[in-house]
Design a protein around this ligand. Structure first.
Ligand code: HSE
Length: 328
């Protein structure tokens, strides 16, 4: 299957590295970062591209833009991994529309366009006979949407509870286990590359709320938006509050909850017992689904990271290849 990649930040580089390293039957015919691009119908040498990107900061020809790659390259699926903008969704939103308009499948890790326009994008994809997949937008490596779509097919999902932001979980873990201050722990999370470019997205619960909106819209198609989420972050949490919880054998985690029958859509720091399945350490994410037949299912995994997120993207690409491209 032929693939084009737009975005060569940490996630895009992870995807390129894994396609170059593994024999997945994927050929990259177009690639672009924010300042340059390459189109090569015969297949691009990704080792070279990653090397040039590492040395110069750009991946290719400055005269070739991401727009051009999307419009002109010969590919079956676009991997859209540009940075998240939760207000406009751009540039990812336009890139996804452009590729769907050319009847290309799209795989994205970009939370902005999916949180803002999932229904519209899905309709466009259906109209054009292609699919849009977004496993990497929620829970990093955790295959939550594959599990819902396949393993839990036929189940009614009644509620979602989750630790959806690795940065907050890392900060809370470091504060309670090592006695770090909030500021020290946040600095560490930023240095290790877990936090968003603007870390207020993480600590104010915005990133977790965006992921909750994506989950809710994908599962229930209820058209909720970021404004519908009752949101409190961890930025105002004091070490004393954590210590008090610990004294009672509990701890504090930033929990996202969605229970449509109760009209509940909330992200907030919650005191929970240490033995609870959602009490995970460091940058791990955990998602519990309550269902009618399977009852409770919890998935735990790495919520962020270049190769971990690439895992979710590659899973979507291979699903599209096997289901739609090789049979076409
Ligand atoms: N900043 C996000 C987090 C990255 O910490 O979970 C993954 O979406």
């Amino acid at each position: 299957m032929k693939v084009a990649i737009v975005g060569l930040g940490s996630v895009g580089r992870g995807v390129a590295e894994m396609i170059a390293k593994k024999s997945l039957g994927l050929t990259v015919t177009g690639i672009a970062d924010s300042t340059s691009g390459i189109i090569n119908a015969g297949g691009i040498d990704l080792h070279d591209v990653l090397d040039v990107k590492h040395k110069t900061g750009s991946c290719g020809d400055k005269k070739i833009s991401a727009n051009e790659v999307i419009k002109k390259a010969d590919y079956d699926a676009l991997v859209e991994v540009t940075p998240t903008n939760a207000t406009t969704g751009e540039p990812g939103l336009s890139y996804i529309k452009m590729a769907i308009g050319r009847k290309k499948h799209v795989v994205t890790s970009n939370k902005g366009p999916i949180a803002l326009a999932y229904r519209d994008l899905k309709k466009r994809a259906e109209k054009n006979g292609v699919v849009l997949r977004h496993e990497a937008t929620v829970g990093g490596a955790i295959p939550i949407f594959h599990m819902i779509e396949h393993g839990l097919a036929g189940n009614e999902i009644l509620a979602i509870f989750g630790v959806l932001n690795g940065t907050c979980n890392f900060i809370l873990t470091r504060m309670s286990d090592e006695g770090l201050t909030y500021e020290q722990a946040l600095l560490e999370a930023r240095q290790m590359g877990y936090a968003e470019a603007d870390p207020t997205y993480d600590v104010q619960g915005i990133d977790a709320a965006i992921k909750l909106v994506i989950l809710a819209n994908t599962i229930w198609g209820n058209g909720v938006t970021l404004n519908d989420v009752n949101r409190t972050g961890i930025d105002l949490l004091t070490p004393d509050a954590l210590r008090l919880a610990e004294d009672e054998g509990s701890t504090i985690r930033l929990i996202a909850e969605a229970i449509p029958k109760k009209g509940l859509l909330r992200v907030s720091p919650r005191i929970i017992e240490k033995s609870h399945p959602l009490v995970v350490e460091g940058t791990l994410n955990a998602i519990t689904l309550e269902t009618d037949m399977a009852k409770e299912i919890t998935l735990i995994g790495r919520g962020a990271g270049s190769i971990e997120t690439a895992s979710a993207i590659i899973g979507d690409l291979l699903f599209i290849r096997d289901r739609y491209v090789e049979r076409a």
